[in-house]
Design a protein. Structure first.
Length: 151
C-alpha cells in the first residue's frame, strides 16, 4: 500500500556529496541555509534539533536512524508543541548520489498525518532545498525569511 501523505523532492546540486552531507549534518553549516540554531549527533540514536526562530517557538526535534556518511541520512522529525506532527512522528530520508559532477539529492518525508501538513511541508522543503543547493555550491542564499517570506 502506498502512503498518501508523503513529500518527495529531487534536486541536482553543484557540489560533491561530501559537501552536501556536511550541510545536512554540521550544525554550523545547517544554519547557513535553514534555521537559527541547530544541534546534531549524526549517528543512529543521535539527536536532530533545529529551531527556525530565536524564541524557539518553531523548533523541530527527532532522532537519527541511519547515517551513511556522504550517501544517506534518515531521521525522525516533528515539531515541538505540535499535536499533528509531534517530535519523532515522521521520517525524513535523504539520499545523495554522485552524479554529473555534483550531487543528486533525493528526499522523502513520510508519515505526515494529512493533506494540509503534506502541503505545508512540501512548501517548506521546496524553499529549503533551494537554499541548500545555493549554499552547498558556494553561493549566499541571503537571509532566510521562511517559505512564505515570513520569519
Amino acid at each position: 500500500m502506498t502512503e498518501a501523505f508523503v513529500v518527495q523532492r529531487e534536486m541536482q546540486i553543484a557540489a560533491p556529496p561530501a559537501t552536501v552531507f556536511a550541510f545536512l549534518t554540521d550544525p554550523q553549516k545547517i544554519i547557513a541555509w535553514m534555521g537559527l540554531e541547530a544541534a546534531t549527533e549524526p549517528q543512529p540514536g543521535g539527536l536532530y534539533f533545529l529551531s527556525l526562530n530565536k524564541e524557539r517557538t518553531r523548533a523541530a526535534r527527532g532522532t537519527f536512524r541511519e547515517v551513511v556518511p556522504v550517501h544517506r541520512l534518515a531521521y525522525s522529525f516533528g515539531w515541538e508543541g505540535s499535536e499533528e506532527v509531534p517530535p519523532g512522528s515522521s521520517l525524513i530520508e535523504i539520499d545523495l548520489v554522485d552524479k554529473d559532477n555534483g550531487t543528486l539529492l533525493r528526499m522523502t518525508h513520510s508519515g505526515l498525518p494529512n493533506a494540509a501538513q503534506c502541503a505545508s511541508h512540501n512548501e517548506g522543503w521546496a524553499h529549503y532545498i533551494d537554499r541548500l543547493a545555493l549554499v552547498a555550491a558556494g553561493r549566499d542564499p541571503g537571509p532566510d525569511l521562511g517559505p512564505a517570506g515570513r520569519r
